[in-house]
Write a protein that binds this ligand. Structure first.
Ligand code: GDP
Ligand code: MG
Length: 242
């Protein structure tokens, strides 16, 4: 499903005055960096995913704060992973935050200036706000990729259910269950995306924990980790070319 989002050159959409304003107000460099915006509800797992992509370990002073109940990220903030020199990945405020009214979120957060938006969810359903945001982004020419994160929890639940019903006997079957869960999630989310008129967008199913070297592949299967990182790298490289 989905094609490579065309490497839209966001700066073309912006006047030099707008670029200057973005630089001055947000510290956003539209010329040298490929700016990814990570959007979604508070609690979806945006900050955790930003840290995972950047390779920040728990407690790293550079890392985005995680799990701030009720608060969450109030202002957009850029993180620059050392391994991708042209990438700025922005942890955006929750799309359901009371301080961020949904009908002005797109313009308030200057989403037009981003090269690509990730819409992150930890459930099968995307909220109305996220769906609207994605549609608006498409209309404005900003490519969107959907990410279903926290899939490890879904896999764990399915595994526990299977163990209780004696459908599995040993941990080796966890991999089989992970594959089935991924397939089911994919199917269910693609259906959802079709329902909201977003057929033909990319979807990645991930767990943030699999981005770390010390992860246990039995507990946290890789899922679409490599595909997501490859995509980030490939898109960011387009920024370096004339
Ligand atoms: N099991 C699991 N938990 C996660 C994952 N990603 C995030 N979480 C947890 O979900 C909660 C919310 O994550 P956070 O990154 O703060 O969400 P945000 O509000 O969207 O930035 C935290 O308790 C995280 O530890 C994941 O991939 N797997
Ligand atoms: Mg956050």
């Amino acid at each position: 499903m989905g094609n490579l989002p065309s490497p839209a050159f966001a700066p073309r959409r912006l006047s030099s005055a707008q670029r200057k304003e973005l630089q001055d107000k947000l510290g956003m460099d539209c010329m040298q960096f490929y700016n990814f915006g990570v959007c979604g509800e508070t609690g979806a797992g945006k900050s955790t995913l930003v840290n995972a992509v950047c390779g920040y370990q728990e407690g790293d002073p550079s890392a985005a704060a995680v799990g701030h109940i009720g608060g969450g990220t109030r202002h957009a903030r850029a993180y620059k992973p050392a391994k991708y020199p042209r990438v700025a990945i922005w942890d955006m405020p929750g799309t359901n935050h009371p301080d961020n009214p949904m009908n002005t979120y797109f313009s308030d957060q200057k989403l037009c200036a981003f090269d690509l938006l990730f819409i992150v969810s930890s459930t099968v359903r995307f909220t109305e706000v996220d769906a609207k945001l994605a549609l608006r982004a498409q209309r404005e020419g900003v490519p969107v990729i959907f990410i279903r994160t926290q899939a490890d929890a879904t896999i764990h639940n399915a595994y526990e259910r299977a163990v209780r019903s004696a459908a599995v006997e040993n941990a080796a079957n966890r991999r089989t269950i992970a594959k089935e869960v991924r397939k089911d999630l994919y199917k269910a989310i693609v259906k959802e995306l079709n329902n909201i008129g977003m057929a033909n967008v990319l979807l990645f199913i991930v767990t943030a924990f699999a981005f770390y070297e010390q992860y246990d592949p039995e507990l946290y299967p890789e899922l679409d980790k490599e595909q997501l990182l490859d995509r980030i790298e490939a898109l960011a490289e387009t920024r370096g070319r004339k």
